[in-house]
Design a protein around this ligand. Sequence first.
Ligand code: NAD
Length: 470
Amino acid sequence: MDTHISDSSLRALLAAQRAAHAQHTPDYAQRVDDLQRLRAAFKARFDDLATAMSADFGHRSRHESQLADEMTVLHAIDHARSHLKRWMKPKRMLADWQFWPATCEIRYQPLGVVGVIAPWNYPVNLALIPLVEALAAGNHVMLKPSEHTPRTSAALAELLASVFPQERVATVLGGPEVGATFTTLPFDHLFFTGSTAIGRKVAMAAAPNLTPVTLELGGKSPAIVAPGYPLATAAARIAAGKLLNAGQTCIAPDYVLLPTAAREGFVRALRGYVQQHYPALRDTPDYTSIVSERQYARLKNLVDDARAKGATVVTLPGEDAHDPARRVFAPTLLLDVDDGMAVMQDEIFGPILPLVGYGAIEEAVAYVNRHPRPLALYHFDHDRARTERVLDQTLAGGVSVNDAVLHIVQSKLPFGGVGPSGMGHYHGHAGFLTFSKQKPVFRQARFSSLALLRPPYGAFAERMLKFLTR
Ligand code: NAD
């Protein structure tokens, strides 16, 4: 629901944030204090946030909320706190030798006011991690969380208002209309997480202001299982990544490429995984519901379309596992798929897993490269040389080898898409850099060697230039 905050109130909010930032740019002590107070309030209120998320989804696994939304945010805060001093320190270096004894340095300065727009699927993580990194870099922040998780967004607004004044961190509630207005504000940086289609609109709205954008988008992330890789291990790791949040994860394995002959064994292994980990799928608190009727219907349509066009549908653990009333969408495998089916064209964003057979690994690589550059790629292989080849021959936002999803939770790895899956990076130091101006400074010495190279150019200049351009 749009709360119809007007364009003029949004602009007034931005002006107040910008004035406050100009008056007092957060120094190291202030930033550490901000992060500490946010951490304490976040920990104290996380139960309320988890309850809100579960109510918004219909049901959301509390353990998964803790893993994906609590632990990750606490990690981001702690990592920033412990590295911030080093990140902020100007980096000094010698100038290029021709300019000695001059020196150079890079200083890291906050950009000013950063706008953050978040989606619904990890509504706490994807709102707070960019916010934490923007604050660590010394910015003020305006956050627009998703309208599809309204209780969580309201709880986030309360949490942030309990820690920060409006002119430092403000939460703007509302849907696409508010989002569209928000993106026309002349922010110093705009950080958007969401779909590729809306990402395009965000880039266009930011262009007239030349507001730099980071776009964290979606797409179809393939998992490749190489010949000879243990199927039970691949199936368990792919299923764990896929069924987290019931597949409503930007980097969930979207489909699996595997040797055609391995298909039956892989289906058996996936069935075994689901039976073991979700023995009573309809009743377990560990399996998350689909966020809305609209999303549930979208997933059902993907399966119906694939079935009508000749796919074989395998519902796990069995046909009666769906519970539409509670929006429990059972893990669903699709065999015999082709590119004419909607499920092989659009990002799935739910617990549907198409299996695509290949003959030689080159076919799998060619399949990936025929499609838009994905946000993530997973390769399961114990052959190092072949793994290197696959890594060299494909381009993706990020990669986990022999597992799924886990590259996103490494604080030393930058996270971000490429091409239609996004632009720019964050997480850890990469986030600090995204939200900072890396300001280069050249410092001339008392004696400048360049004084020797001024007109009128004579024989000395000739000799010098001959040497410098040798
Ligand atoms: P979405 O693009 O529909 O919405 C995201 C946000 O944009 C919401 O806050 C929404 O209100 C706002 N919005 C809607 N219209 C807007 C407009 N015209 N201008 C500005 N803002 C607008 O995405 P969603 O359905 O909430 O999330 C699912 C998508 O997000 C999937 O494609 C998924 O892959 C992607 N995603 C990416 C990442 C990542 O890190 N790369 C993480 C999570 C989700």
